[in-house]
Design a protein around this ligand. Structure first.
Ligand SMILES: Cc1cc2nc3c(=O)[nH]c(=O)nc-3n(C[C@H](O)[C@H](O)[C@H](O)COP(=O)(O)OP(=O)(O)OC[C@H]3O[C@@H](n4cnc5c(N)ncnc54)[C@H](O)[C@@H]3O)c2cc1C
Length: 471
């Protein structure tokens, strides 16, 4: 007699949820996903995918800005300034269509695997009702019993008191794609990854951007050398970067907005974009009633195999606050299912996560950070090579960026790296492979890179680290 199939119910259909569903279905479980806003989650519908689609266009605009230096001019001018302008309604329509199509792809994939999808809000069922508890999920009138529940409900933009979004002039990044035009003068509040990405993108698209940063520099959590390059490029392209300037409020002001800073100054523009972090979607899910104690910021505490404190209830993705990346959410979801369904599983290893800030140039990193090395938490030698010395970079007119590798001074093992370059998100894979596979700088140095290529700077940085002064 065959064993009964494990019943898995997943609340939330973003990367944390749908990747888990695919793994569980592959392992023979009976899987139901309850989702409120559309499969693919905020990742596909409002956050990651739309922003990267917008950035595909802004990246092309930034490249066109550099085109005159490479001998490209508008017809009949002999010297180029603006080679193109952006058709905002068309751009936004493309962004929305691509997000919808991606969500449909996810829906089709889940259907092909026989995964049931219930549209609506899910929550752990109220244990006071008969025969229900943390192993039952309510979605409207539907009650779903489960051997295992995975909560992957994501997060939403944090709001600033005194700067309530109105969807017209004061906006979260989820409201940008409904605007009828490009904001002529955009004030971006927040200079973390999301703020920096949108500030850079809109400056390249043609908006006049003011970036309000409460810290000394943009990208305060990232590699300081990389952040310096990004900030220099921002300023060179005409962006106003206000450092050590904390926004106190944002108000409608006639046809525009006025952002009051805590030091008494006021910044005016046509639109204001708030990019001040994310808060988890963990309210109203019946978590506390089920015995799950949220942390002080409302995230669901989990261990490295995505278990919560309550047996049979797992959590993955942004609602856990572990590292707010789609790739991490997906891995947490998969790990949860492998663990719950008795497969061999490797606990989540955050030290090998590759991540990118999609500014122009991009900043990609993996492994050990400069902060950890400088603070003495990790012993490493550091080899840094500016891209300006790379032949391919010169040919392409690339002036900004570098490759930085961290290696053990004893074994020569590659511990991490930072790349600042156009398409650094693609280049970082070589360093990720080295970190994951415990390769040494000698092994990287002996690997052929194409000549001329930007990746040649990775092998060159490794060769530098083989020199005696680094050991
Ligand atoms: C502007 C921006 C750009 C980003 N760019 C990148 C990037 O380039 N690369 C990257 O790796 N990451 C990026 N991220 C982060 C990435 O989007 C998130 O890490 C990812 O979406 C997390 O996936 P998730 O499954 O946890 O949640 P989500 O994608 O938020 O999905 C959660 C789903 O759960 C649903 N839900 C919530 N509550 C309930 C409920 N009670 N019942 C049913 N359904 C519910 C929601 O409607 C949603 O569909 C970006 C984030 C932002 C904000």
């Amino acid at each position: 007699m065959s064993e009964p199939r494990a019943r898995i119910v997943i609340i939330g259909g973003g990367p944390g949820g749908y990747e888990a569903a695919l793994v569980a279905a592959q392992l023979g479980a009976q899987v139901t996903v309850v989702d409120r806003d559309g499969l693919g989650g905020a990742c596909v519908l409002t956050d990651c995918v739309p922003s990267k689609t917008l950035i595909a266009t802004s990246g092309m605009m930034a490249a066109l800005d550099e085109a005159p230096a490479l001998g490209i001019c508008p017809p009949g001018t002999g010297s180029g300034t603006t080679l193109a302008t952006v058709d905002a309604p068309r751009l936004y329509a493309r962004v929305r269509a691509l997000a919808r199509a991606q969500s449909e792809d996810v829906t089709a994939r889940l259907a092909a695997e026989g995964i049931e999808v219930v549209s609506g809000s899910g929550r752990l069922a109220d244990g006071t009702r008969e025969r229900v508890g943390p192993h039952t999920v309510e979605a409207g009138d539907v009650l779903l019993s489960a051997d295992v529940v995975l909560v992957s409900t994501g997060a939403r933009p944090r709001l600033l008191p005194g700067a309530e979004p109105d969807g017209e002039r004061i906006l979260t990044f989820r409201q940008l794609y409904d605007l009828p035009e490009l904001p002529p003068e955009l004030i971006v509040v927040g200079s973390g990854v999301t703020g920096a990405e949108f500030a850079g993108a809109y400056q390249a698209l043609g908006s006049q951007v003011t970036l309000v940063s409460s810290r000394d520099r943009v990208l305060p959590q990232e590699d300081a050398d990389a952040a310096t390059v990004v900030e220099e490029v921002f300023r060179r392209r005409g962006m106003t970067v206000l450092s050590r300037s904390r926004a106190a409020s944002a108000k409608r002001d006639g046809d525009g907005v006025a952002v009051a800073l805590e030091d008494g100054r006021t910044v005016r523009g046509s639109h204001c974009l708030l990019a001040v972090g994310m808060v988890p979607n963990t309210g109203g899910l019946g978590l506390e009633e089920a015995g799950i104690v949220l942390d002080s910021r409302g995230f669901i505490p989990v261990d490295r195999v995505s278990r919560t404190h309550v047996q049979g209830v797992y959590a993955a993705g942004d609602c856990t606050g572990v590292q707010m990346l789609a790739s991490v959410a997906a891995m947490q979801g998969r790990i949860a299912m492998w663990h719950a369904l008795g497969e061999a599983v490797q606990p989540l290893n955050l030290s090998h996560v590759a991540a990118t800030v999609f500014t122009e140039p991009e900043v990609a990193m993996v492994g050990v950070t400069q902060q950890a090395v400088t603070a003495g938490q990790t012993e490493a030698v550091v080899g840094k090579l500016p891209l300006a010395t790379n032949a391919r970079a010169k040919m392409q007119g690339i002036r900004d960026g570098f490759v930085k590798l961290f290696a053990s001074p004893h074994s020569g093992r590659v511990l991490g790296g930072v790349i600042v370059a156009p398409r650094a998100s693609e280049l970082i894979l070589g360093v990720s492979l080295a970190v994951e596979q415990n390769l040494s700088v000698a092994q990287i140095a002996h690997t052929f890179a194409v000549y001329p290529s930007l990746s040649g700077s990775i092998t060159e940085a490794a060769r530098r680290l083989m020199q005696p002064e680094y050991h």
